[in-house]
Design a protein around this ligand. Sequence first.
Ligand code: URP
Ligand code: ZN
Ligand code: ZN
Length: 490
Amino acid sequence: MGDRAGFILLHILICVYPRSSAVQNSIVLTMALLIKNGEIVTASGRYVADIFCENETITRIDRNIAPPKGAEVIDAKGKFIFPGFIDPHVHIYLPFMGTFSKDDYVTGSRAALVGGTTTLIEMCCPARKDDPLESFELWMSQAEGKSACDFSFHMGVTKFDDQTEKQLREIVKRGISSFKIFLAYKGAFGIEDTELYRALKLAKELGVIVTAHCENETLVNERCKELLAAGKTDPGQHHESRPPAVEAEGVHHLMTFAELTGAATYIVHLSCKEALDQAVAARQRGVRVAVETLIQYLTLDKTYAEKPKFEGAKYVMSPPLRDQRNQEVLWNGLRDGLVQTVATDHCPFDFKTQKPMGKNDFTKIPNGIPSLEERVNLLYTYGVKAGKIDLHTFVNVASTQVAKLFDLFPRKGTIQPGADADLVVFDPNYRGKISVKTQHMNVDYSAFEGWKIEGRPSVVTVRGQLAVRDGKFVGKHGHGKFLQRKPSHF
Ligand code: URP
Ligand code: ZN
Ligand code: ZN
């Protein structure tokens, strides 16, 4: 029988026979997954139950679900089941500072999944001279057919004129509901104030949320020149060039524009108390603002960037790692709801071949610290296990809140019938250490080499398909889908 005849016969059988027929069952059941006996933990609930998934979604949550014939059954006794984690800030394809960040969607999505992240929201970052629509299509082409996890983009607005506006409207129609603007990196991605004002007005009209890198670029440039003129060229100078006041001014600046336009804003990679104070003060006067911090700021401090023999270059990113005192402020901010999300800003550059571009001039060190694979495990170990945040906050800031802010909820970010079957079966008894030797990220070092991990994802699913089993990647490249999002921040 030819393919087409076979397809027609199958179609007749499905339509004619009742739902319980052998044909229908075999089709449905090959796509069925039952996860039994796990402790489901969401942002607001915690209970033991079985989860049944069919055709990409969760269809039933109950006690003692009998395994249907042909269904894949996973025993999750003694394990937590979390909704798939979402990283709201990653760079997978990024031409930046004269080079390219190292991962692609094959290595990046694999690393994400092994680390429990089932959805990535990548920054689409056209240069000022680039055409936004072409850039959007370029970024999309990097992910489609390669990603093993689901993905979306924040659309970078790196200039704003009539043509850009038209294209941004079209990009929103294609399923993008968030923009990204940079107050730093003038000449590359950075935006002028007139453009910022217009971009925010458009965002307000379209209900799009605007994510923003907040640092005062003029201050950074002047301080860099002064430091270099004084012969201070090592990686440890990077944080001297952009102290907390530089970031706080960036936040204050954005908040003024958000206040006057009424646009919803989201501050990416907030690193310090001074910047958080500005965001909280703005929120108190009615400005619409959410705050993201990074796992790096919660766990590392500026002494890492001061390591001798250029080792500090591994830890150069912007905003920079701060004084340790800020870590407590950020953990408390998560606990108290002042900080909404924890991301990675994953942006890997090799230590041996790329970071040395700034060997004699810290301003030329490609900025970024890889951490996509480690975010969930670090947040659990150094947040939950260390008593800084509870399990629900952990799920909220790394999944649920992200889904809500970026128009993916309740499809993503929770465990309930109808939601995508993106699940993380997490083994709290696992004990291990982070190492470059075992990581999946395509970069030649780990910023967390030797750090202890207490717990890790043992099974991960993406829309009902196994992507990780026994902690090992078993997913399929190309299974990841572009997630269409509709703006809601009117
Ligand atoms: O240092 C960083 N953060 N690198 C990635 C680019 C950015 O600013 O997000
Ligand atoms: Zn940034
Ligand atoms: Zn970034």
